[in-house]
Design a protein around this ligand. Structure first.
Ligand code: BTN
Length: 235
């Protein structure tokens, strides 16, 4: 694994996407980002003290490409397992891309595809205390535990956990992994509003099902599964 550390970048995802000689598991870390990106065109803003990193993953040719729709779920579980190991913090996975603790977001993922590699971008609020206008809905490890963490160790642990899950996934253990994700499924039982392709549905979230979709019991009583794709959830 090649590791590149920068004091400041626009975005670790963008840097890795533009890297000419990109290889699998190249890891880009930045202390700060000037144009950190979140999903759906949102910004990701964080002060110094957050873990901001991206790494590349080559799709395995033995797997159908659709299988990679599960990648955000596997990555989310990797972040969560790392945070639990490092801090004992009780975290939940908010389908499809966020890690929550005590009803506040502590980490977000942005996964992109270059045509050759997946770029797995992860932001974790670690030693940053000032979350500005997001402080009512975001938190950090230091705010929750009053301890300071070694950011490199946090990142290393996430990568270790990711590699473990990735090899389990390739060995065909998706259903076991999915059960683990369902045990920490933040949305389960919550009333949600799902916006998908301009259409809004309301209902109660259920489990993450076999293909990685989220099962929702709509107000009409009908069960509908939502895809991991471009979807916006409010609750
Ligand atoms: C989200 O919450 O919508 C996803 C946020 C992802 C942020 C991380 S920070 C490191 C990497 N570089 C980026 O520009 N974005 C991701």
């Amino acid at each position: 694994m090649r590791k590149y550390i920068f004091q400041k970048l626009d975005s670790t995802n963008d840097f890795l996407k533009q890297k000419k000689d990109i290889m699998e598991y190249d890891l880009i870390i930045a202390e700060t980002q000037t144009a950190g990106r979140g999903r759906r065109g949102n910004e990701w803003k964080s002060d110094k003290g957050a873990a901001l990193f991206s790494f590349s993953l080559a799709p395995n040719r033995a797997l159908k490409f659709e299988e990679y729709r599960k990648l955000p779920l596997i990555t989310g579980l990797a972040v969560l397992n790392a945070l639990r190991a490092i801090s004992d913090l009780d975290c939940m996975f908010k389908w499809t891309n966020d890690v929550y603790t005590k009803n506040k977001k502590i980490s977000g993922l942005l996964i992109e595809f270059t045509g050759e590699f997946f770029i797995i971008g992860i932001g974790i609020n670690v030693n940053n205390r000032n979350l500005g206008e997001l402080s009512h809905k975001a938190t950090s490890l230091i705010l929750e535990t009053e301890k300071e963490y070694n950011i490199d160790e946090v990142i290393e642990k996430v990568i270790i956990e990711f590699k473990i899950l990735q090899s389990r996934f390739l060995r065909g253990e998706w259903n076991l992994i999915r059960n683990e994700i369902n045990m920490i499924n933040y949305l389960k039982g919550k009333s949600i509003r799902v916006e998908h392709l301009g259409k809004i549905d309301r209902g109660v979230a259920g489990d993450i099902v076999e293909d990685g979709m989220l099962e929702v019991k709509l107000e009409s009583g009908k069960i509908k599964n939502f895809d991991v794709g471009e979807i916006h959830i409010e609750f």
